[in-house]
Design a protein around this ligand. Sequence first.
Ligand SMILES: NC(=O)CC[C@H](N)C(=O)O
Length: 380
Amino acid sequence: MTTSTRGATKTPAVLVLEDGRIFRGRAYGAVGETFGEAVFSTGMTGYQETLTDPSYHRQVVVMTAPHVGNTGVNDEDPESKRIWVSGYVVRDPARVPSNWRSRRTLDEELAAQGVVGISGIDTRALTRHLRERGAMRVGIFSGDALQDDGALLARVQEAPQMKGADLSAEVATTEAYVVPALGEKKFTVAAVDLGIKGMTPHRMAERGIEVHVLPATATVEDVYAVNPDGVFFSNGPGDPATADHPVSVMRGILERGTPLFGICFGNQILGRALGFGTYKLKYGHRGINQPVQDRTTGKVEVTAHNHGFAVDAPLDQVSETPFGRAEVSHVCLNDNVVEGLQLLDRPAFSVQYHPEAAAGPHDAAYLFDRFVSLMEGQRA
Ligand SMILES: NC(=O)CC[C@H](N)C(=O)O
């Protein structure tokens, strides 16, 4: 028996970081072994959305909130068809989950989906370690996978790095599909799926947009085959420096001047399409309480983030790009990281964070309205 409806098992587990730091706890979810990049999320709620966000593919997520699983698992909140995190780290799993929508416990769900986790470790110490040393590779081992620490460390050090990882094709749809507009259809959008979250097409559908979700391999011709009023590039896992195909597709769209909106990976791709570089942040931004300023209005919004890379663009000047003038439209108030880009001569913009707000505060929902305005402007 590897799971328990009463929270953690008694099965010993160990978490091994690539720099040799080790935490001992108990198995949570599946028993076995897993590898990934250790990152921390500061979200106090929304663990189902976090677990099922395809952008977390190949990452082991450490929850800074000490109690996880309190509301169990429901069938409404997942952002995709499966859990994508490669491992899960919690301090104190709920012993008695309780919510009217709950169908299962979180440890049952993790075990059913084969996701190896660990509980009962000092997640505050682990988070501080990652904040000081930076995100790094990690392994979690339990059951038959337990060996001596040196052997486990060697295996962690052989695991693939996140820098240089090209992962969109591993998570994106292989077949195009349509999310119909809710109510009267006003616009058609081609959405390039690099790891899209379910709430994103939903937020567009709510605004009368019929969304044609296209595989990551879509070409400029595939995009225009749906006769779009606008084009969207989604969030997604991996290193944006590897995303050469979407960057070239986006350039084709910018050349035609079709309204364009990007979220997260989509923002990094717009950055690259304009000629800016991208770089890996020391430990990234993950959680639902990140302050961002919209420099076009001066307003500050509290926002949902999940990114480990960022765009390297000058904050206080307008840049000349192959597609006209561009500027940094949004900035993170914690660390001045670029959180949004906008073109001044073409109808295109993007943000590094998550206006679809799943989970998270809805402060940034206006960005979907901005996209609608661009499409209206193009028609006028
Ligand atoms: N949520 C995302 O789209 C993440 C983008 C990219 N993989 C990063 O880590 O920065």
